[in-house]
Design a protein. Structure first.
Length: 200
């Protein structure tokens, strides 16, 4: 059974009032993300891996140096779907309820979380991802290079930001810090983060 690309959870132009053009999604969803799905399907065709879940493929291939290509594409399929869900029109601002309390407890304050997340996203050298994760019950900020993700490390992802240059070049050119600030101010889907936190 082939892996499929999950639909984008909003229209291509839905984030235009919030700093991200339709053109970004035409390329990032329509070309980059789609290519990872197509490459993954080619790499696992006719193999046992083709019948496993995407999450299983990520965990298995991360531990096997002969499956680096499979890992890179499988993880990028998963990471991008997770990233689209981390965004919403008129998002950003502050979380509420249990999630807000947990952030305050584990980071000291929401501003401290924002500072740590911004710093991780800005200092990931080259391509990669910034994450908010649940690591055995404690919220932490991490960053990963290239396709690597919390799943591969046995951690639960709650929120991500793609900091590959293709993620921000159309809207922010080379200015990654502007992209990070815009994400936190206007785009974070805190409902998605709260749902992930509540999952077993
Ligand atoms: Mn990307």
């Amino acid at each position: 059974m082939a892996f499929t690309q999950a639909p984008l959870p909003f229209d291509f132009n839905a984030l235009e009032p919030y700093g991200m053009k339709a053109e970004t999604f035409e390329y990032h969803y329509g070309k980059h993300h789609k290519t990872y799905v197509d490459n993954l399907n080619k790499l696992v065709e006719g193999k046992d891996l083709a019948d496993k879940s995407l999450e299983e493929v990520i965990k298995i291939s991360f531990k096997d140096p002969s499956l680096t290509g499979v890992f890179n594409n499988a993880a990028q399929v998963w990471n991008h779907t997770f990233f689209w869900n981390s965004l919403k029109p008129a998002g950003g601002g502050t979380p509420s309820g249990d999630l807000a309390a947990k952030i305050n407890k584990d980071f000291g304050s929401f501003d401290k979380f924002k500072e740590e997340f911004s710093n991780a996203a800005a200092t990931q050298f080259g391509s990669g991802w910034a994450w908010l994760i649940d690591d055995n019950g404690t919220l932490k900020v991490t960053k990963t290079p290239n396709a690597e993700n919390p799943l591969a490390h046995g951690q639960k992802a709650l929120l991500t930001l793609d900091v590959w240059e293709h993620a921000y070049y159309i809207d922010f050119r080379n200015a990654r810090p502007g992209f990070i600030k815009n994400f936190l101010d206007k785009l974070v889907n805190w409902d998605f983060v709260a749902e992930n936190l509540a999952k077993a």
